[in-house]
Design a protein around this ligand. Structure first.
Ligand code: CO
Length: 227
């Protein structure tokens, strides 16, 4: 069925082609995508439906500009994904903790990526203190991190403050991960597992590793130093 807003492009996402009905267009694009894959690889979906065995867990920001699979060239089935505002791991967040536990004990992923990004709205909100109530509560740990590093951060212009805090937040989240029971238990059992702290730069499209932790001794050294 031809889409009324489809004008010959593969997908209709450009602003000039702003769809009249976004939902109809999304469904149309989906059929186009599935048909294209079926054509090139007739067994793709059948195979994908039979096994779920990603090697990576991506914990990133909900920001629409930072889509996990696309940035690292991975296909459906290759990345287990959890996203929230400002890519945080909080000790009382059952959602995130369940994802991590499942990823380690059932999927047996070998890498956990915590991915922050430049110009993060959640980090800006933590600095400005201007978010709606729930978001404000959610980003409070980042606000505390800002206050902790206030002496050096306050010297910077706002834009640089944000990106410096994005970096500090990613490092902090790797430390949070290093304290999680399911991760420590995996290390104690000799399971191969590395936590990576990454930053994605919106302006260049590039990812950079800022830190990694791959065993319990390294984790404890980092955590002791942080105290
Ligand atoms: Co963000």
């Amino acid at each position: 069925m031809p889409c009324p807003t489809h004008r010959g492009a593969k997908t209709v996402t450009q602003s000039a082609d702003r769809p009249v009905d976004l939902i109809e267009t999304a469904l149309f694009n989906n059929r186009l995508w599935a048909t294209e894959i079926q054509k090139n690889n007739p067994e793709f979906f059948e195979k994908l439906s039979q096994i779920h065995a990603p090697s990576l867990l991506w914990i990133g920001c909900s920001d629409a500009r930072v889509p996990a699979n696309q940035l690292i060239g991975m296909q459906p089935g290759e990345v287990f994904v959890h996203r929230n505002i400002a890519n945080q791991i909080q000790a009382a967040d059952m959602n995130c903790l369940s994802v991590i536990e499942f990823a380690i004990t059932v999927l047996r992923v070998q890498h956990i990526l915590v991915v922050g990004h430049s110009d993060c709205g959640g980090v800006k909100a933590a600095i400005r203190g201007d978010a709606p109530e729930l978001v404000s509560h959610w980003v409070r740990p980042i606000q505390r991190l800002f206050i902790k590093h206030m002496a050096t951060l306050k010297e910077l212009p706002f834009h640089e403050q944000v990106n410096a805090l994005v970096r500090l937040n990613v490092i902090e989240q790797t430390k949070q991960l290093a304290q999680i029971a399911s991760i420590r238990s995996a290390w104690q059992k000799g399971q191969q597992l590395t936590i990576h702290g990454w930053i994605y730069t919106l302006q260049s499209g590039l990812l950079e590793e800022v830190t990694h932790i791959n065993n319990i001794a390294a984790a404890d050294t980092i955590l002791l130093k942080a105290e």
